[in-house]
Design a protein around this ligand. Structure first.
Ligand code: E4P
Length: 264
């Protein structure tokens, strides 16, 4: 499974690439907003540095427009401006950009995907909460589909009136008696999409997004996700175990000078 960093902060992205485990970057408008102060006034240069740091691996840049015409125009502009930097830009398009209570614009996301994919622009289709949305996105030509695992868990816990913190673990099997239209957890959503894509030979990659803990990354890997995108704190947590720390201390205490000298 590939691991992407879910961040627009250059310092975090550099660190993730330096340690050698990072296969890509996902950003969204909220992550760009969080990184903007770090980048100073020149956001364009800042994004170019992200693209250079991630050279050879995909970086998703999301549109902020929400009409078919707007998303196509902005997707083309973003791609034209930024892809020449390191040839690694994916344009992120919401599967359905229409707002609550609004009707008649449900096809605009997948129509924009079809047009942009037809231009040869790689698309990451975002804000996916059902296997059907993933299927439609892949059929329209998305190369990556992004189910939001954590936000499904949030929704189910809210319905169940369970108190939780954002990073609290939510089990793959969910909570008895609660689901979202047959999806019992965020990881179940990922697993259902993987199963559908596998059984129908659909080539789009399944990117488990909105992951909030290291055990959820394990669950995403077990569910067969092609990619997990994770924030820096989760990447760090994936390496932590108290017995590793305890073992480290013991080895340090037992080191004899003659042995340490061998490495000099
Ligand atoms: C990445 O592609 C998504 O935008 C991101 O993982 C969303 O995460 P959140 O639900 O924690 O905001």
């Amino acid at each position: 499974m590939k691991i992407f960093i879910d961040s627009a902060k250059l310092t975090e992205i550099e660190e993730a690439y330096r340690c050698g485990v990072c296969d890509g970057v996902t950003t969204n408008p909220s992550l760009i907003k969080a990184a903007a102060s770090e980048g100073g006034s020149d956001l364009e240069e800042y994004i170019k540095k992200i693209l250079t740091t991630a050279r050879g691996t995909p970086v998703s840049l999301e549109v902020t427009e929400y009409t078919f015409e707007g998303m196509v125009a902005q997707g083309r502009k973003l791609y034209k401006k930024f892809n020449p930097v390191a040839e690694n830009v994916y344009i992120k398009i919401p599967v359905n950009p229409s707002f609550e209570g609004e009707g008649g614009r449900e096809f605009e996301g997948i129509s924009a995907i079809r047009v942009l994919a037809g231009d040869g622009i790689p698309i990451n289709c975002t804000l996916i909460f059902t296997p059907e949305q993933a299927l439609m996105a892949a059929k329209a030509g998305a190369r990556i589909v992004s189910p939001f695992a954590g936000r499904i868990d949030d929704l189910i816990r809210k319905r169940a009136e369970v108190k939780f913190e954002k990073a609290d673990y939510f089990p793959t099997e969910g909570l008895e008696g609660f689901d979202d239209d047959g999806v019992v957890s965020g990881i179940d959503l990922v697993a259902q999409i993987v199963e559908i894509f596998d059984s129908h030979g659909i080539e789009a990659e399944v990117l488990a997004a909105s992951l909030r803990g290291s055990r959820q990354v394990r669950d995403a890997a077990l569910a067969g996700a092609d990619i997990a995108t994770i924030p820096m704190y989760v990447m760090r947590d994936m390496l932590v175990h108290p017995k590793t720390r305890e073992g480290m201390r013991g080895f340090l205490e037992d080191t004899i000078p003659e042995y340490a000298a061998l490495g000099e």
